[in-house]
Ligand binder design. Structure first.
Ligand SMILES: O=C(O)C(=O)C[C@]1(C(=O)O)C=C[C@@H](O)C=C1
Length: 285
């Protein structure tokens, strides 16, 4: 299969993708929407994109695209430990404290807020498409006084010097990645063991019914369905209109989830089933 991922080479997403699909052809894409569009237009069979992090929460571009535009499903999830490193071009290693800009993906910058405000109180941060993109940019622009926050793998890939290790605000920092495709497949490597089944749905109440969210939650709760996450995102229609992402864990009884979806629909809710999938812990290699 052809597998898209948020690249370039050296990204956290690449590490997760290589463990999920060790024998497939991996193709980097520069943004999360371009990874998911590549699935929709048949350029790749599957794409792997980040969805949530311990410190910074939901990766909104992923959730918004999955809800508003994606016409396939989540087929799996990987959970990986994330350790962020500060790196510079080797020529600037001695004077790294003098950098005037710190580049990374917004999720990674947010994961290292304490370090950045303590070490570089007056310096600018600059958002890049991914952590590895920032590392590559630092490599290609050695004349600029810049640093990247990225994985150790990106430092190796682009020949950068790590000047501060493990700079994320908490050590137990993890990111979830979704595996998305149009058609189901069962080609996961035997090296991975599922830690359980999950179902993700997105729900919007078509009219502003009082107690609408309460009704949605009741349909799930009286069936004993165990929720691990609920989050609202703007519908992008009018101010004050939202959809809700709901993750259901230990969802062995998929029939129960189907019945809950039917009940929510009868109550006036519009439900999009984002996917029913296995969750795989992967290591940060
Ligand atoms: O894969 C990467 O390297 C990314 O830049 C993306 C991303 C994310 O969006 O969460 C992936 C894992 C980390 O949480 C930080 C950044």
């Amino acid at each position: 299969m052809k597998i898209g991922y948020l690249g370039p080479s050296g990204s956290f997403t690449q590490m997760a993708t290589q463990q999920l699909f060790p024998d497939d052809e991996l193709l980097p894409h520069s943004t999360i929407p371009s990874c998911l569009k590549a699935v929709m237009n048949g350029e790749v069979d599957v794409s792997v994109v980040p969805i949530e992090n311990t410190i910074e929460g939901t990766v909104n571009p992923t959730l918004d695209f999955m809800y508003h535009q994606f016409n396939g499903h989540i087929q799996g999830e990987a959970i990986m430990q994330i350790s962020q490193q500060l790196m510079v071009h080797p020529d600037n290693a001695a004077g790294w404290r003098q950098v005037d800009r710190i580049l990374s993906h917004p999720q990674a910058l947010a994961q290292c807020q304490e370090f950045i405000s303590d070490t570089f109180p007056d310096k600018l941060t600059e958002a890049t498409f991914s952590t590895a993109y920032a590392a590559k940019y630092v490599k290609e622009n050695r004349g600029q006084a810049i640093a990247a926050i990225a994985p150790k793998r990106a430092a190796d890939e682009y020949g950068l010097t790590i000047v501060k290790e493990n700079i994320q605000d908490i050590s137990q920092n993890e990111t979830r990645f979704w595996v998305a495709s149009l058609a189901p497949f069962n080609a996961y490597t035997k090296n991975l063991t599922s830690q359980g089944k999950k179902v993700s749905i997105a729900v919007e109440m078509t009219r502003n019914v009082p107690g609408g969210l309460h009704k949605i939650l009741s349909a799930l709760s009286w069936r004993g369905l165990d929720l691990s996450k609920i989050e609202s995102r703007p519908l992008k229609t009018r101010l004050g209109e939202y959809f809700f992402l709901i993750d259901i864990v230990n969802a062995q009884e998929l029939a129960l989830v189907q019945l809950a979806i039917e009940e929510i629909t009868l109550l006036g809710g519009k439900v999009k089933l984002l996917g029913e999938y296995d969750v795989f812990p992967v290591s940060s290699v």
